[in-house]
Design a protein around this ligand. Sequence first.
Ligand SMILES: NC(=O)c1ccc[n+]([C@@H]2O[C@H](COP(=O)([O-])OP(=O)(O)OC[C@H]3O[C@@H](n4cnc5c(N)ncnc54)[C@H](O)[C@@H]3O)[C@@H](O)[C@H]2O)c1
Length: 337
Amino acid sequence: MPDKVKLGFIGSGGIVRSHLEQGLKDFKDVDFVAWCDLNEATAAARKEQVGGRGEIYTDAEEMLDKARPDAVFIMLPPFAHGKAEDLVVARKLPFFIEKPVAIDLETARRTAKGVTKHKLITSVGYMTRYRASVQRVLEILKKQKPVYLHGGWVGGGPQVYEGIWRWWVQKDKSGGQFLEQTTHTTDLARYLFGDVTHVYAVAVRDRKKRPSFYTIEDASMVQLTFANGAAGNLVSSCSTSQGGGVRLEVQATDMRAMFTGWEQSVEIQMPDGERITIPGEDNIFAKEDRAFVDSVKAGKNKGILATYEEDGLKATEIAVAANRSMETRQVIELKKL
Ligand SMILES: NC(=O)c1ccc[n+]([C@@H]2O[C@H](COP(=O)([O-])OP(=O)(O)OC[C@H]3O[C@@H](n4cnc5c(N)ncnc54)[C@H](O)[C@@H]3O)[C@@H](O)[C@H]2O)c1
């Protein structure tokens, strides 16, 4: 691998802007060779953001064949996944992909199979795993038994249906709030407590008057059973104007950890009155991007904490199971999915 890793982007919207802003644009060991987006102006804005580096494309296949990146960032909304991954896997390229990796199991399983077959380096944008707060709680949990966790993403929801909020409120495009947004907490729950075996979910609908294209649930509660016997409950709400925010309470036999905010600051309570407080970082995307670029350069995992074939796939399975449970009112056993 040459000193500089040539990066190409498929999907160049808001989340790419954030990755660049938080540090990626200043990485000395990358070359921005291509920006692909269905909307040419969006790709042009990213090119502008890095001082005019890279070519603009509106077709992913053309971009991959002409720009020949060493690694690809797949930064698409849930409904747009599938074709881009097929193209990237066929070319055996390492890729970073934003969460959630897919809206359906078929896409996630097909991609995971290709990744495993070709032993590709992958990273999924579950940036929460890289936080000092999360690492500390993970460390403490190694010596304890997990008991339960409870949290989620609670707010009033979008007020205007423009930009991302247009696709976000459509169930067949975003997969719903649990699949699209609370997936960060689902992944955190798996990271801390391990694999999930059963999912049961209840949807709340018709709380507010909505336009006809608004098809996601107003809220949901998702009950998780972990393989180690612990339990979890995750709430998502976009219909409660007085908020609640992002939070996760983690209870183990001798520890209570309370994560709050998007930045996952934590307050940890231990026996004998011991208290540990760790604030969340502002520029967490830079940390996960560093791990991905280092891994591409090394040709092996150098610090990636969430991979497609394991973590992206499993979070998708949990979310798809929750969506199915909301419809069928049945408990879904993941191994029967
Ligand atoms: N990690 C995080 O905290 C975080 C935060 C925000 C968004 N995200 C995730 O990032 C993903 C993208 O979100 P966003 O906010 O950038 O959305 P966005 O709507 O701003 O950008 C998505 C872009 O993809 C383009 N696109 C759609 N289909 C395409 C295709 N087939 N080929 C090329 N371009 C295509 C659209 O034109 C759009 O510009 C979502 O899955 C979202 O959940 C993650």
